[in-house]
Design a protein around this ligand. Structure first.
Ligand code: HEM
Length: 188
């Protein structure tokens, strides 16, 4: 995956658990050079090794880490020059998710050779939708759940996500039931 993903993982781990934890994790993942270049394509294996090492060192299930990473992602890419793309990709959560493949296609103009996932929205109604996630990469469903949760602040919504089908358990692809309600105005 592109270095941007590894940079986000490194930043998240250092921010939450400290530089020492990151050093232990990267050594355990046999990572010699952690000076990632955002626009360079790295083997997927490297990212999965980091995930496994982080899970072992921090004593946290990899799904919990993927969820935290997913939640972090929107804030991270917004800081990294993609804020405008996020803003123009949909005024509502449903529009935004229906537009995710187009959004990744735009990202692909910058990151040549991007292998993006694909998403489909079905059964969209007031405050609910079903999201279908297709990828050749295994076991990233928890990251998608985290990414959806990470969109709460962007859309001023409370978002609940429940994964109802898992490719890892034999389903054709991952499916998520998503419900959302407007955030209550902060009392002053
Ligand atoms: C402007 C915002 C975004 C940018 C710049 C971005 C960029 C990227 C990049 C660079 C990758 C790595 C792919 C590769 O290296 O081949 C990726 C993967 C991925 N993105 Fe996005 N993304 C954005 C928003 C989102 C959102 C909002 C979601 C879901 C709600 C999402 C879901 C995913 C998933 C699940 C992957 C993992 C790859 C896979 O499943 O095969 N992305 N994205």
């Amino acid at each position: 995956m592109f270095g941007l993903v590894n940079i986000a993982a490194k930043e998240l781990i250092i921010g939450e658990f400290g530089a020492e934890a990151w050093e232990t994790i990267r050594h355990r993942a046999y990572l010699v050079d952690d000076d990632f270049v955002g626009m360079q394509d790295y083997p997927d294996d490297l990212t999965y090794r980091l995930l496994a090492a982080a899970s072992a060192v921090l004593g946290l299930p990899s799904d919990d880490l993927l969820k935290a990473f997913g939640q972090y992602w929107t804030r991270f890419v917004a800081r990294r020059g993609f804020g405008e793309l996020l803003d123009v990709s949909g005024h509502s959560l449903t529009d935004f998710l229906e537009n995710l493949d187009n959004m990744h296609a735009q990202v692909g103009f910058i990151f040549e050779g991007l292998k993006p996932p694909s998403f489909r929205v079905t059964d969209a109604g007031a405050g609910r939708l079903t999201l279908h996630y297709f990828s050749d990469r295994p076991n990233l469903g928890a990251m998608v759940a985290g990414m959806l949760q990470g969109l709460e602040a962007h859309f001023q919504l409370d978002i609940q996500v429940c994964q109802t089908e898992e490719k890892a358990k034999g389903a054709d692809h991952d499916v998520f039931e998503v419900t959302f309600t407007p955030r209550a105005e902060a009392a002053n």
